[in-house]
Design a protein around this ligand. Structure first.
Ligand code: NAP
Length: 320
């Protein structure tokens, strides 16, 4: 019997890569989306897997609809990746962040609880829950200190998942993922904005790139590698939470420099700081310790910052 996986948020960066990975593992893949519009399915088309996935429209905030879809599929595994994924946007529309991240988690876990079946559950949790990591790197035991509506919502979902695991013995786990990028990263994220900006400057279409805080540090990884960790988390004998990170942290300045030096450009002549792009509160330093994942999942990231940046640039150039 082929295993069945349901991926909420299948149209996003991680959803598309996870779907491709699970198809290679011979799963039957189902996915939910808020809208079946062609443009919203472009990531699946880009990976040539749209026809191989079963895509269903579903409002995960609607418990009746959520139950209908899950009951019809009866999946072995549910990967809950849907919801607002931008920290910046969560400051503009906090209600949307809370609803889309928290309610979907509760609705899915309620379905598993009431059916008392063996469906395994994965939550896409985030390094943003930790807030600033001022010394060393975060482990699974580091206290959470969320600094944005997005992070508050992810922290709530983390504890909801833990509660269902402990109270009802459901195989429910959180992957606490640090930033991960790829050519499928949404264009409104700063990493894609930097790449698009540098290409326009190189092509003499514009002279400057306006950014918010560039002295922040992030622990960046490669999305196709990170989705493999999601699958491995559900393969363990016992359910648990895992940090998925590279273990190395770089400033956004370093990211910018890596992008601009690809084009032999001096970023200092082209990047301007614009307060308009600063957030009410920003996480300055983020760094995760992936040792638990290395030890138990046997998972290890291979891509470094330069390789991530170059793959993203090459892809953008191909598209232009
Ligand atoms: P993404 O590309 O934005 O995909 C998320 C998907 O969720 C979207 O394709 C969208 O699907 C749905 N969605 C977006 N906004 C929504 C909203 N307001 N309400 C309901 N659904 C919404 O995100 P991703 O990078 O693949 O990340 C996947 C998950 O991992 C997210 O939960 C994200 O928060 C989390 N995460 C990501 C990172 C990272 O660095 N990428 C790090 C840590 C955690 P439809 O439009 O088809 O409904």
């Amino acid at each position: 019997m082929k295993k069945k996986a349901l991926i909420t948020g299948i149209t996003g960066q991680d959803g598309a890569y996870l779907a491709r990975f699970l198809l290679k593992k011979k799963y039957t893949v189902y996915g939910t989306t808020r809208t079946l519009k062609k443009n919203n399915l472009r990531n699946l088309s880009r990976l040539n897997i749209l026809e191989l996935c079963n895509i269903l429209q579903c409002d995960l905030l609607n418990i009746k609809q959520t139950n209908q879809i899950i009951n019809k599929i009866n999946p072995d595994e549910i990967y809950n990746l849907s919801g607002l994924s931008s920290v910046g946007k969560s400051f503009i529309d906090p209600l949307d962040a809370y609803r889309s991240i928290i309610f979907s988690t509760v609705n899915i876990l309620e379905n598993i609880r009431l059916k008392r079946n063996k469906t395994k559950f994965y939550l896409a949790c985030s390094s943003e829950c930790f807030g600033n990591i001022l010394s060393g790197s975060a482990t699974e035991n580091t206290e959470f200190n969320p600094l944005s509506p997005y992070a508050v919502a992810k922290t709530s979902s983390y504890y909801i998942t833990k509660n269902y695991r402990e109270a009802y013995s459901i195989f429910a786990c959180s992957g606490i993922l640090f930033n991960h990028e790829s050519p499928l990263r949404n264009d409104d994220f700063v990493t894609q904005k930097i790449i698009t900006g540098a290409i326009s400057i190189f092509n003499k279409k514009k002279k400057f790139l306006d950014l918010g805080s560039i002295n922040i540090e992030r622990d960046w990884g490669w999305a196709p590698e990170y989705v493999e960790a999601m699958y491995l988390i559900l393969r363990q004998r016992n359910p648990s939470d895992y940090i998925i990170s590279s273990g190395k942290s770089y400033s956004l300045e370093k990211f910018i420099e890596t992008v601009f030096s690809y084009f032999d450009l001096d970023w200092k002549q082209h990047v301007r700081i614009n307060n308009k792009y600063k957030r009410p509160m920003d996480l300055t330093i983020s760094k995760g310790n992936p040792n638990k994942a290395k030890k138990y999942l046997k998972w290890k990231p291979k891509y470094d910052l330069k390789k991530i940046v170059h793959e993203m640039i090459n892809d953008k150039l191909k598209q232009n």
